[in-house]
Design a protein around this ligand. Structure first.
Ligand SMILES: Nc1nc2c(ncn2[C@@H]2O[C@H](COP(=O)(O)OP(=O)(O)OP(=O)(O)O)[C@@H](O)[C@H]2O)c(=O)[nH]1
Ligand SMILES: [Mg+2]
Length: 191
């Protein structure tokens, strides 16, 4: 049985959305990553026995001038990773705006969202753990402190989204975190 999930990366420019996705798919980090122009997507295939889940993650430009958020970006999305940087207070303050924008496009009751505090490897923070946790509590969503650089909590964050999405569909029996293997990756570009 093959299942598909579609996850969106949202958040301000340079918070590390593409780096988190690259860490998840390639298990690598690059200092010299370019700002995303428009929309890209990558996918990772999780397996358990004969079952597989194709996790398709769509990544978009955080910088407004490169942003191309078209209906195709949101169509059939089931999960959102909403990212800010712990060293960029403004990106944290913009989380509400991202949620408001999302609500204009999608019924948020029908999708799973996680809040991601990225760059937690950096000690001089502008946003505390408590502030992040409180914001997540306000929206009643899960909170992850991640680092694309070190890999901290990256896989866990995506796995949580996949699990929540499959649980919504009542198919949780096919995906048990510890038993999942990863067999394939396919970088792709769209538009
Ligand atoms: N220290 C640290 N730097 C990071 C981390 N994640 C990303 N970066 C750096 O932050 C910068 C921006 O990362 P990107 O992944 O391009 O950010 P983005 O959110 O995709 O940016 P846009 O595509 O412009 O929206 C790059 O220089 C990365 O190397 C992290 O976890 N820790
Ligand atoms: Mg990017």
């Amino acid at each position: 049985m093959t299942d598909r999930v579609k996850i969106l990366m949202l958040g301000d420019g340079a918070v590390g959305k593409s780096s988190l996705l690259n860490r998840y798919v390639d298990e690598k980090f690059s200092e010299n990553i370019q700002a995303t122009l428009g929309v890209e997507y990558r996918q990772k295939i999780l397996t358990q026995g004969e079952n597989q889940v194709i996790v398709q993650v769509w990544d978009t430009a955080g910088q407004e001038r490169f942003r191309v958020i078209t209906p195709i970006f949101y169509r059939n999305a089931q999960g959102v990773s909403l990212v800010y940087s712990v060293v960029d207070k403004n990106s944290f303050q913009q989380v509400q705006t991202w949620i408001d924008n999302l609500k204009e496009q999608i019924d948020c009751e029908q999708i799973s969202i996680v809040l991601v505090a990225n760059k937690c490897d950096i000690s001089q923070r502008e946003v505390t753990t408590l502030e992040g946790q409180q914001l997540a509590q306000k929206y009643q969503i899960k909170y992850f402190e991640c680092s694309a650089r070190t890999g901290t909590q990256v896989k866990e964050m995506y796995t949580e989204l996949v699990q929540q999405i499959l649980l919504r569909r009542g198919q949780n029996q096919i995906i048990q975190n510890k038993k999942l293997g990863e067999i394939e990756e396919q970088p792709q570009k769209c538009c």
